[in-house]
Design a protein around this ligand. Structure first.
Ligand SMILES: O=P(O)(O)OC[C@H]1O[C@H](O[C@H]2O[C@H](CO)[C@@H](O)[C@H](O)[C@H]2O)[C@H](O)[C@@H](O)[C@@H]1O
Ligand SMILES: [Mg+2]
Length: 921
């Protein structure tokens, strides 16, 4: 019997669940488990043990450190943890000398030492580390997370935490409603380029292991560009119909309202990056709604709401018909493991120690990261208010607050926050404490899990006052631990939970508070501490039933994803092809190698952004400068193929740049490169239709305030951008229907443009123009009255065609180019280039989910100009994501910086060998 093939899942997370350090010798790798992100890691563990799945994990190694003068960063942390453990064990926790001041971590391996050490690892060291990691991660006997298939992402540049900067300094604050004073300065640009590289490095690693049918599951805000990059990297070969790229994304953090999200300068690239996924899932429906509204506002998407199989709201986001599913599913925890681990004998003795230390006192526990949104300040203020409002509790309640440092612990903001916390703690302890007792015990450190469990078990109340988070697993863990009876009566002690915490949408039966209202929180603390045993138990029963398990979360997520991919996969009416972003590095390589380049540009919405008034959509200085450079290269032929009339195109383009070829009114008129005369291709056509169409349009203009008619030589355009949107849209459909009747009579085409309806003769269109321009001897004068020359040899025609357009009328150009490519494949099968194609790029300008026959997309005119700037050498490759080959240090492969870095590695190794030989001597 053949074994059933397991479904492969490639889980992509920002960092491996391990910390890596290089010891004294060159191959002495030390690996330790990472403490945070335990909920997600439990899901990995679950999948690793599953019989149905074969899991692969792709993750960055995190900052690899060196042992500093024999002092391990691990031993330092262990020392700190040991200190708190000892405090608890020795019942010294209320020793005045320790509690009056905040305990904080001191870290002897300061990051600056790492900055100066660019970690020049030799290939053999890397191989050894790879091996050690694989051994460590799959070690059956160890207690850390076991992962059978681990694929580390190497990024070993100087200042390794550069890879975190954009995510942590720009995205994270915005997602948590913290607006930093920031501009698109050079520093932020560099962070962005690193962010793009970080995502690129993942795409590369995944492309090495990807097999058709795999589920790729991307996690959180470090990897927002990855879904789209994967669509670019993992394109089907030769339009393989069985190719089935399945990408799911889960967002662990909050998603902000559009008002905040749109402050991000790279907002469109971010949305576009994410929309490469088939499904985008959030912690709760509020976040999903924010995301949908960002797509609507920024990408002109529409959305349809329905329910999924678990009765959860889901949105089908469509921009011009393409679909991405957006929904929510709050993450859970491994309750079984918590219940096992928190109740072992060792922890019993620690609980006993704490209980004895606070024999006659109620214990309130708080455990948060120390950052601007965890609400530690709000908690302390509320506790202070509580002691002021309820004097009867003074000396009878202790708040043990454990605040763990974040990666940003050395930032000015965190230092200031730490100072504020210290001041508040001291002020409360001075006001309400005495010689023997301080009501607030603050520990600024990471604590080991046994201490964490013992504190939770000892607590009479847990206080979570976060002002914003994705989901607060601390509250889930607390409720879980309180669900078990034990000798220390820890069952059912209540939880006070902030209404701004993501978990409050899950644990809505907990005691919910507004952390900004310290009086209300103080009252809730008082009521919670006064609950009778029966009340506590009743409350606990309800809250406990709401805790989601990680197993359930994983199963539900995958089940829903299966339904989504199967439903769309089998539904013939659904066209959910997501158009990959244009692969800019390959385009650049192709451009540089090409000898005969043809550019076919639409104008409005492609070279200039759409604006209210058509007369105001004039070329920018940047566009002129790009066109100047493009036309100056004799290999290039540039054509603007637009719906605009000759007058407009002449005025703004032709008179300034006579080298441009122009086509006006959707193919009705044409003017050759470097010539002045126009030819009217509709000259012999009966124009009596104009009267009937104009009359109809006038009728609708009267009915639609703000609308107007643009009269060109041949085509007529009815614009409604300045009308009330709903009325404009509604009347445009009506008008279109009525015009169709006239169109049949005169053989016209009625086109729905961007907030317009246009009419022109059917036999001319942009595609016809493109056909004659491609089937033409490159560089030679056009015979404007003759058609395409199908007898040409491939070497006479362009070997690079970049066609850009944004709306429906441009699809004719793309369709034509696709057909040219097909014909060339048949006619000239041996003449394809090194990438196996003919250098033809039909590119739509708009979102990834737009329905189009183009092969790739660019988001907007700004990205169009960036791409053209890239070709003429004005723009850096990392202005926006492409897909680039990177070396292990994060340099573009074969680039100058990559070579320099390689040389430096060799020089470093040599220096090391020399110095060790001279010491030996
Ligand atoms: O083929 P194109 O070059 O893209 O031209 C298509 C139409 O573009 C113009 O209208 C559109 O752009 C205006 C300016 O941004 C905007 O106000 C309007 O709502 C859009 O529909 C132009 O006015 C038309 O003549 C072109 O046919
Ligand atoms: Mg356009």
């Amino acid at each position: 019997m053949t074994a059933v093939k397991k479904q492969r899942i490639i889980n992509c997370v920002s960092q491996l669940p391990y910390k890596i350090q290089l010891g004294e010798s060159d191959d002495d790798w030390k690996i330790k488990p990472l403490q945070n992100n335990s909920a997600l890691f439990s899901s990995f563990q679950y999948l690793n043990e599953s019989e149905d799945y074969e899991q692969h994990i792709v993750a960055w190694t995190g900052e690899i450190t060196r042992e500093n003068n024999g002092v391990s960063i691990f031993s330092n942390e262990d020392n700190i943890n040991q200190k708190l453990s000892n405090d608890l064990k020795d019942s010294k926790i209320d020793d005045k000398s320790k509690i009056s001041k905040t305990t904080s971590t001191e870290n002897p391996t300061h990051p600056s030492e790492l900055e100066e050490d660019p970690l020049y690892l030799s290939q053999s060291q890397l191989d050894k580390l790879d091996e050690s990691l694989k051994e460590y991660s799959s070690d059956e006997n160890s207690i850390h997370l076991k992962v059978d298939n681990i694929h580390p992402v190497w990024l070993l540049r100087r200042d390794q935490n550069r890879w975190r900067k954009y995510a942590e300094n720009v995205i994270w604050p915005t997602f948590h409603y913290i607006l930093k004073q920031s501009a698109e300065g050079e520093e932020e640009n560099n962070w962005w380029y690193d962010y793009v590289r970080f995502n690129e490095a993942y795409a590369m690693e995944i492309s090495k292991i990807y097999q058709n049918g795999d589920i790729i599951w991307v996690h959180d805000y470090y990897l927002l560009l990855l879904p789209q990059l994967l669509r670019m990297q993992l394109n089907p070969k030769n339009d393989d119909k069985n190719f089935n790229l399945k990408i799911a994304y889960f967002h662990h953090s909050p998603w902000p309202s559009n008002e905040y999200f749109r402050c991000l300068p790279r907002r469109k690239q971010i949305l576009d990056g994410l929309l490469g996924a088939d499904r985008i899932c959030f912690q709760n429906d509020g976040f999903s709604r924010h995301f949908v509204s960002s797509c609507k506002r920024l990408l002109d998407s529409t959305s349809k709401k329905s329910k999924n199989e678990f009765d959860i709201d889901q949105y089908q986001i469509s921009a011009y018909g393409g679909d991405v599913i957006v929904d929510s599913l709050p993450i859970g925890i491994d309750t079984k493991v918590y219940l096992e681990k928190a109740f072992d004998k060792d922890i019993d003795s620690k609980v006993l120690a704490i209980k004895q230390a606070y024999q006659d006192k109620k214990i309130i526990i708080g455990r948060d990261r120390l950052n601007e949104v965890s609400g530690v300040i709000q908690k302390l203020r509320a506790f202070e208010t509580f002691l002021a409002m309820y004097p009867e509790w003074r000396d009878k309640v202790v708040l043990i607050q454990v605040s763990s440092p974040t990666n940003n612990k050395d930032s000015q903001t965190t230092i200031k926050l730490e100072q504020q916390v210290n001041d508040l703690v001291n002020s409360i302890n001075v006001t309400y404490g005495n010689l023997n007792f301080s009501p607030v015990q603050h520990y600024y450190m990471r604590i080991p899990t046994d201490v964490y469990f013992s504190l939770f078990r000892s607590a009479d109340l847990c206080l979570v006052t976060t002002v914003r988070d994705g989901i607060n697993t601390t509250s889930l863990e607390y409720v879980t631990i309180k669900s078990k009876t034990s000798q220390f009566q820890c069952y059912g002690d209540p939880l006070i939970l902030s209404e701004f915490s993501g978990s409050c949408t899950v644990l809505d039966k907990a005691i919910i508070v507004n952390p900004w209202d310290s009086v209300a929180v103080a009252k809730s603390i008082n009521s919670a501490l006064n609950l009778t045993v029966e009340q506590k138990y009743a409350l606990q029963e309800q809250v406990w039933s709401q805790v989601p398990t990680i197993q359930d979360w994983t199963d539900k997520f995958l089940a829903t994803f299966k339904t989504i991919t199967e439903k769309f996969g089998n539904d013939p009416s659904s066209d959910r092809r997501i158009t990959p972003a244009l692969n800019r590095p390959i385009l650049l390589e192709n451009y540089n190698k090409a000898k005969r380049r043809l550019f076919l540009f639409d104008y409005d919405g492609t070279l200039t952004p759409i604006v209210q008034d058509p007369a105001a959509a004039i070329p920018s200085a940047r566009l002129y400068s790009i066109l100047d450079k493009l036309v100056a290269d004799p290999k290039n032929q540039i054509w603007i193929i637009s719906g605009r009339d000759q007058k407009f195109l002449n005025k703004w383009l032709g008179s300034r740049l006579p080298q441009l070829g122009l086509s006006a009114e959707h193919g009705c008129f044409i003017k050759d490169v470097s010539h002045e005369g126009w030819v009217n291709l509709t000259e012999k056509y009966d124009m009596s239709w104009q009267e009937a169409v104009s009359k109809k349009m006038e009728e609708f203009t009267d009915r639609t305030p703000g609308s107007f008619i643009e009269r060109k030589k041949v085509a007529l355009t009815w614009h409604y951008r300045r009308a009330v949107p709903e009325l404009g849209e509604y009347n445009s459909l009506e008008l279109k229907n009525e015009l169709e009747e006239i169109a049949q009579k005169y053989d016209l085409e009625v086109m729905e443009g961007k907030a317009n309806v246009e009419v022109r003769p059917k036999f001319v269109n942009k595609g016809e123009i493109v056909k004659r321009l491609v089937w033409h001897k490159h560089g030679e004068q056009q015979n404007l009255l003759a058609g395409p020359d199908f007898n040409l040899l491939i070497d006479d025609m362009p070997d690079f065609v970049l066609c850009l357009g944004d709306d429906f009328t441009d699809e004719d150009m793309f369709r034509q180019l696709n057909s040219v490519e097909k014909t060339w494949e048949e006619k000239f099968p041996t003449n394809s280039n090194q990438w196996g194609n003919y250098g033809i790029y039909p590119v739509t300008v708009g979102s990834a989910s737009k329905t189009t026959v183009a092969k790739s997309h660019l988001t907007d005119p700004q990205q169009v100009l960036d791409t053209l700037g890239l070709l003429i050498g004005d723009v850096n490759l990392f202005q926006s994501a492409g897909t680039v080959n990177l070396d292990t240090r994060g340099h573009v492969k074969n680039s100058e910086s990559s070579h320099k870095s390689e040389q430096a590695t060799v020089a470093y190794a040599l220096r090391k060998t020399n110095s060790s030989t001279s010491i030996k001597k």
